[in-house]
Write a protein that binds this ligand. Sequence first.
Ligand code: FAD
Ligand code: N01
Length: 535
Amino acid sequence: MGIDFDAVIVGAGFSGLYMLYQARDVLGVSARVYEAGDGVGGTWYWNRYPGARCDSESFYYSYSFSEELQQEWVWSTKYPEQPEILSYLDHVADRFDLRRDIQLSTRVTKAVFRDEDDCWEIHTDDGAMVTARFFISAVGALSAANIPSIPGLDSFEGDWHHTAAWPHDGVDFTGKRVGLIGTGSTGIQATPVIARQAEHLYVFQRTPNYSIPARNYPITPDQMAEIKANYAEIRRKCRESYAGFPYDITDKSAMDVSPEERLATYERLWGEEGGFKFIYGSYYDLLFNKDSNDTAAEFIRGKIREIVEDPAVAEKLAPKHYPYGTKRPPVDTDYFETFNRPNVTLVDLRETPIAEIVPSGIRTSDTTYELDVIVFATGFDAVTGALRRIDIRGRDGRTLSEKWEEGPTSYLGLQVARFPNLFTISGPGCPGVLANMPTAIEHHVEWIADCIAYLRANGFTRIEASSDAEDAWVEHVREVAERTLYPLADSWYLGANVPGKKRVFMPYVGGFLPYTQRCQKIADGGYEGFTLSTM
Ligand code: FAD
Ligand code: N01
């Protein structure tokens, strides 16, 4: 039986585009990408909601693999909006002539490993089936939208949208009463923008969030030139960091300094710098030591109380039940200020939970909010959701979904035992989703490409993570997470946002650099923990 492609890649976001480039143009193997959307860009194709932008700074929220690319592209601001990031990814697709090997508007529905000839049969929603030696998931850790099953949604007579499936021609909120559910990064970005347009905005909050001001600014030509001159150093810092950001981390604990010094640091990071520097550029132990964390959490609560004029609203917006940073910390522009507007109402769902959606709006335990539009900023079935939505069957016929019923397993976040020749970019058990993701994605893609090159050079047709290596890695991921404060929050890292999802801390928090060093050592040692074989 012939094989159609050396590699089939699912998804055409940051991961899939680079994987295609590596497979086709660096390794020289045949490759095909399937993408459900009718354009490339992944996250940046789907998330077109008002206010959508990145919260990693543009100049490193980008690819580093091509010097020409990073020298020619000009970013407008520190945190550009969605259309600019999408046009960057469109440019990448054109520049590297990737489109001819990408089939858009095609969803992979099923993939079955064929034991007899070490290949995958891959089925798509147009009824076609192709075979490939390697099946590479670039489906995105944050791509499977989570629409909560609130009773009555079908009866709603207005419009409703999930932020990750936003209409391409936008939504006009002028003169509309809008209900927005969810106060994660998405809800926090969308709230100020929708509030400026809507007649009235009701923000339905289940859990308040520690958001840090973005302090966005236009990047001047001089600043861009300086960035370009320093790119090698910026990228090195990203690769050699804890989380893929090029910040200088101090070795100071928040408890090692005087309260005055600590306050000055937090004021500077809040007031001048903004964004992720607050967590990654302040004290090294905010995510490990509760006392240190309390100092940052209390500082942020203080800021919320200063900004929000109504003390009762400020108290509802001030997070108290989980440590700062243990849910991915949002970055905002005027989020807390927006609650001073007369046309914005905060609805605290802990006090008055949603009972149902009715034809005219949302009914909570104490009143009905009359609405024209509902916005679901309710996040994603993160990390495993998009993979579990494909019927993936390994060598014993068991599905990946069945295997992960009790929580996801993997070796290095890259492979799953009993699923040979399946690679997962940003899978469970890797540091990707905690990091500046392009840095992590480039690492994964390059590791996978090197691995395929090694297999081909040595005549192997199959690679599979051993169950022992997988068990040991899962245990290591768990044990490292237990040493941090992360498990103290009901976050999507834990799957806590999706009812019924097994609570397992999914990202690897042992640090990006130690992780990549370990991956390299394993590869250098002939892929220790994997079984390599020939048909
Ligand atoms: P995605 O971009 O999610 O692409 C996956 C693609 O796979 C999608 O296009 C999807 O349609 C396709 N797909 C999935 N299943 C199938 C299937 N069965 N068949 C065919 N196609 C399929 N990270 C950061 O580090 N910094 C940021 O500032 C940042 N900002 C973000 C802002 C938003 C609004 C969101 C939602 C996420 C953000 N992220 C950020 C995370 C972001 O997801 C990653 O940075 C990155 O874009 C992921 O790229 P990816 O290619 O791995 O996945
Ligand atoms: O999703 P989330 P997101 N009833 O899961 C609430 C990246 N990103 O789309 O906290 C009522 O964080 C839920 O409440 P709770 C980034 O990695 C980056 O905002 O579970 N509420 C929460 O408030 C981010 O972390 C940017 O109690 C319900 C919200 O919905 C990740 O994507 C921008 C509910 C979901 O928050 C996900 O962010 C956007 C229900 N039934 C996204 N179900 C940048 O800025 C859920 N909620 C770069």
